[in-house]
Design a protein around this ligand. Structure first.
Ligand SMILES: C[S@@+](CC[C@H](N)C(=O)[O-])C[C@H]1O[C@@H](n2cnc3c(N)ncnc32)[C@H](O)[C@@H]1O
Length: 299
């Protein structure tokens, strides 16, 4: 099979589609990668049926009844697979100097994006426990505290000990912990809101993070996530000339694939915003830019 897949990849320059195989009631978990570009264009139902048969044929003696779901269609899979897995060492002082500048501050676009995130959060939840994963220096967390004092109990986490320390120093009344989201959420108790801004694209195991997020949210709790996506030739071109340059961007879904990742982890999609600024309906139609924001509700 690996040889056949290699030939398919070479001859048809196909995409890889990752599938999660889960055995209910056991800890068994396996990930499969199927190469089949034509599948990407088929309806999801047809694809899933084809994938299920493929895996049943490949692994006829599964230890239990397994369920399958499309995890992600990795566009640019060749580039992605040539990237090594990012580690905490990638997120040192230099990374944040490049991100926020030598004198750290947010850009006007980031400030506008954060305002939109606060508006979306308030549309669904009035206040409570809020966690931001990959919080960086804590600008967004701080803006929740500043614009709605007393309404939120703020928590943050980031794989970078440097970023977590800066965020904690800037926001003494919040709780910020250095941790890898793929290892689980480093706080006890359920959250009302979880925010992930430009962090999930850094994860080689986004489904692990999606499940950890689901376990940390109360039913009815809300996730607001923002990340770059690849939805058509134009957004792929823009991605290749911008986000592609960061070797830690290893998860490159389309908006629809990203929604599916969360739906399979136990969420309902409440809102999808492509290039999340006015005029939203036009951008939803054209999907010109990789920037994508989604709101999910924990079922
Ligand atoms: C592009 S920065 C975004 C920071 C912040 N959300 C913002 O918008 O200013 C990506 C952040 O994700 C963090 N990160 C990357 N991988 C992570 C992981 N596995 N777990 C937690 N944080 C991670 C990085 O340290 C970094 O702070």
């Amino acid at each position: 099979m690996p040889a056949l897949r290699l030939i398919l990849d070479r001859v048809f320059a196909t995409r890889s589609i990752l599938l999660d195989e889960r055995c209910p009631g056991s800890r068994t978990m396996a990930r499969h990668s199927i190469s089949a570009s034509a599948f990407c264009r088929m309806s999801r139902t047809i694809f899933e049926a084809a994938a299920r048969s493929f895996l049943a044929w490949r692994r006829p003696q599964l230890p239990c009844h397994a369920s399958y779901g499309i995890l992600a269609c990795m566009t640019h899979d060749v580039a992605a697979s040539s990237h090594r897995r990012p580690t905490f060492a990638d997120y040192g002082d230099d990374y944040f100097t490049a991100l926020y500048g030598a004198v750290p501050r947010q850009t006007a676009v980031d400030v506008a994006r954060d305002r939109l995130i606060r508006t979306l959060v308030q549309r669904y939840v009035e206040g409570g426990r809020l966690l931001e994963i990959g919080c960086g220096f804590g600008y967004l967390l701080g803006s929740f505290g500043a614009s709605m004092p007393g309404r939120w109990r703020l928590h943050g986490t980031d794989i970078s000990a440097h970023a977590a320390a800066v965020a904690q120093r800037r926001l003494p009344s919040s709780h910020v912990v250095a941790a890898d989201i793929q290892q689980g959420i480093p706080f006890q108790g359920l959250f009302d809101v979880l925010i992930a801004v430009n962090v999930l694209e850094h994860l080689p195991e986004p489904s692990v993070a999606a499940r950890a997020i689901a376990a940390a949210l109360r039913p009815g709790g809300v996730v607001v996530a923002h990340l770059p996506t690849i939805n058509n030739a134009l957004s792929r071109w823009i991605y290749a000339h911008s986000y592609e340059r960061d070797p830690t961007h290893v998860y490159r879904p389309s908006g629809a694939e990203f929604n599916l990742l969360f739906e399979q982890a136990g969420f309902r999609t409440l809102d999808s915003l492509f290039c999340p600024f006015w005029p939203a309906p036009l951008w939803r139609l054209l999907k010109p830019h990789p920037a994508y924001m989604a709101v999910f509700e924990r079922l």
